[in-house]
Design a protein around this ligand. Sequence first.
Ligand code: SAT
Ligand code: MN
Length: 598
Amino acid sequence: MTGNKKLQIWVKEWADICQPDSIHWCDGSDEENQKLLDLMVSSGAAVRLDEKKRPGSYYFQSDPSDVARVENRTFICSAKKSDAGPTNNWSDPQEMKKTLLPLYKGSMNGRIMYIIPFSMGPLGSKIAHIGIQITDSPYVVVNMRIMTRMGKAVLDILGNDDFVPCMHSVGAPLQPGEKDRKWPCAPIESKYISHFPETNEIWSYGSGYGGNALLGKKCFALRIASSMAHREGWLAEHMLIMGITNPGGVKKYFTAAFPSACGKTNLAMLIPSIPGWKVECVGDDIAWMKFGADGRLYAINPEAGFFGVAPGTSMKTNPNALLSCRENSIFTNTGLTPDGDIWWEGIGYDIPPGTITWTNEDYDPASGKPAAHPNARFTAPAKQCPTIDSDWENPAGVPISAILFGGRRPSTLPLVCQSFDWNHGVFMGSIAGSEVTAAAIGLKAGVRRDPFAMLPFCGYHMGDYFAHWVKIGENAPNKSKLPKIFNVNWFRKNPEGKFLWPGYGDNIRALKWIFERTEGADIARETAIGYVPGEGTIDISGLSEAAGNIPELLKVDKNEWIDELKLINDHYASFGDRLPEEMKEQLQGLTSRLENAR
Ligand code: SAT
Ligand code: MN
């Protein structure tokens, strides 16, 4: 319990509305965790995995209607619609609360209301923030225990201070005597993932899955935190944080933002293919950054775990991710093998006979249905990552030397390119995106812009967000100490549609060039779009086939860029008068540099 008056009142108010059978304040202990897991095993919601194969780990299957974040049911409820901007679903805050209150009324009948105190970031860090989540899902509690620092210690640190209230219900009250479902949730049309950025509140209803329900992650650490950061002058970003050490023992930290399906977790846990280089992981998804007393930008990973996409993760593609979930982990919507282990497509070995699919059916290759849902996830403690950085819990954060943006671009964007300056780097972030095929998104094919990889995660107007990044550069205590900004593209293809770059561990070759550029090395060639590697400056030692592709990978094609300008103009038009002058100037600058280019 707590002496915090605001917290006491808040919990009482919600208990009166949701009418749970009882209230449980989570202390975060091993005993509590085990009790909840045992409870879910005995109710049939969870399967305990084999103690030898997967110690301390559990398996869940969600409802087939509740398998991912629901962007069309995610709302930013600012007083003015214009403050949510063109990239968010908006609803009036009062209207949204009027819609939701009747849904929450009695929504916890027959259930326990759990109170989860959690810290995003190392306990006591000046960059960290505390949230309290109310939930009626024990699955959420055991996941939040991995993904955040959770429990009594957080209440002790909170004292009488303020916190971010995160309200969650799966929206499936039980009648007296009614048997619970394996994965309770509400139908899609009554799911609401609502954010009130002006009052720092989150109201989530109807879903038990991932970012819809583990409210510390996308809802707090990105949507609410980005608007707090906007007001307070810091950065809350959808970025991995990695440490990179050269053979001489010099260590630097980079952050990187990529749209989904670009291998962000793989990059965070990369195993370098060049001898002597070392990459360590601070975080794989979110970075909170503030200037330190020395004028450098410092980043913390607000999370304590990985909520990673399982399919495609193998000892070949990402051994460190696979090793991170070797024990004490939670698996959701993977396949379940007869010997009590998990399996998914792309795990690197054949499916054991008798495997059960995520929909709880016998796996049948003839059906064409996968064993694991494509968005199946592992929840694993970050400290179990073999390459976790020794400073990953440093409350001061780690000093950032470079910021990377990227996307899947089969053409146009070179392997790596450095911005001319901070605002040009902000421009690079603002036009980031991936080229998608029509089938993949059910929309028209083309470049899907995902500025700063924040499209579904920015809690306010995206144009104001660009302006905020410009302001961070302007107000930097020491401009020469700002991180350098780069764009990378691992996905360039030849005209036959074959990837030119091997990716994975060989991405260290681009990271090495970036590392050297942050030290001012004279290894760049100036082009209309920025600095690209000069001839012979990408380390190709031990790189067989792809070495011959380097000229193509570094090509800046004027005609492709003239086409790109049209697309950028369309993209920018959507931000109307909130597009900062500085970004218009960047676009103009690029246009005239291209016109003058040979
Ligand atoms: O489900 S989450 O939002 O936590 C993960 C993701 O969609 O990237
Ligand atoms: Mn993410």
